[in-house]
Write a protein that binds this ligand. Structure first.
Ligand code: 5BU
Length: 265
């Protein structure tokens, strides 16, 4: 049995959520009827924009690794922001910050990428301790951004387990103004009045792994059995370039069916 909020609709959760980023995400998910996030891990601007445009209508969140794009420029960011408006999705730069507060503050705000200026959501490892949240918050909070903590990774042999995960949740509880959820493989809520958003990578319908440690579960396993909220799918969707739209529709349907089964409507 999962805690109470797991069985509520995204709309009900939007209404009661104290965090603005979580509220807009839940509202968007209900409006577009999707809990799918696509991870667009391609290395050219052209491919990134073309996939974002193709999957845009079916996703709540578009996840990027902006530092793998060979021909990155400011125009890429401007075009991504336009697509986010056109298709109504949030952008999540999966930066996985992992340094002391003062350093991550600069990595988040400055450099070539200026992540905080365009990415609605980003994430951080908890290995440096709570200063990482404070540092990122100094930049992100005034801009209305939200942070996810990496409570559990999807890959084989990940060290994100046991007390590491438990203490990561404790850090989130102390920083609810900025931290609205986790990257994790299962729900992290322990109390009925707690409502962290869980986004789960490592989702695939056709294969179980990739030979480099990634482990895949189905949308049903993630959402119904484990209480996750958003499924993150990468190669399962953009892997076959001629099937991007069809696969996005397929995963969106699987994710939404699983959600409906969980909330029983
Ligand atoms: P895939 O192609 O569906 O395996 O892509 C998964 C994406 O999620 C990819 O961008 C990873 O960097 C990202 N990811 C992950 O796979 N596992 C994790 O624990 C975290 C991120 Br955190």
């Amino acid at each position: 049995k999962l805690p109470m909020n797991t069985y509520k609709t995204y709309t009900e959760r939007a209404k009661q959520h104290p965090n603005a980023c979580a509220r807009s995400l839940f509202e968007l998910m209900e409006r577009k009827q999707t809990n799918l996030s696509v991870a667009v891990d391609v290395t050219t601007k052209k491919e990134l924009l073309s996939i974002a445009d193709a999957v845009g209508p079916f996703v709540c969140v578009l996840k990027t690794h902006i530092d793998i794009v060979e021909d990155f420029d400011a125009d890429l960011v401007a075009q991504l922001e336009n697509l986010a408006k056109k298709h109504d999705f949030l952008i999540f730069e999966d930066r996985k910050f992992a340094d002391i507060g003062n350093t991550v503050k600069h990595q988040y705000a400055s450099g070539i990428y200026k992540i905080a200026s365009w990415s609605h959501i980003t994430n951080a490892h908890t290995v440096p301790g709570e200063g990482i949240i404070k540092g990122l918050g100094e930049v992100g909070l005034p801009l209305g951004r939200g942070l996810l903590l990496l409570a559990e990774m999807s890959s084989k042999g990940a060290l994100t387990k046991g007390s590491y995960t438990t203490e990561s949740v404790e850090m989130a509880r102390r920083n609810k103004d900025f931290v609205f959820g986790f990257i994790a493989q299962q729900k992290m809520n322990q109390f009925d009045d707690e409502d962290f958003v869980v986004m789960s990578p490592g989702v695939g319908l056709d294969v179980k792994g990739d030979g480099l440690g990634q482990q895949y579960r189905t949308p049903h396993q993630v959402i119904v059995e484990s209480g996750g909220d958003v499924i993150i799918v990468g190669r399962g969707i953009y892997g076959q370039p001629d099937q991007v739209e069809a696969q996005a529709k397929r995963y969106r349907q699987a994710g939404w069916d699983a959600y409906l089964e969980r909330v029983r409507i």
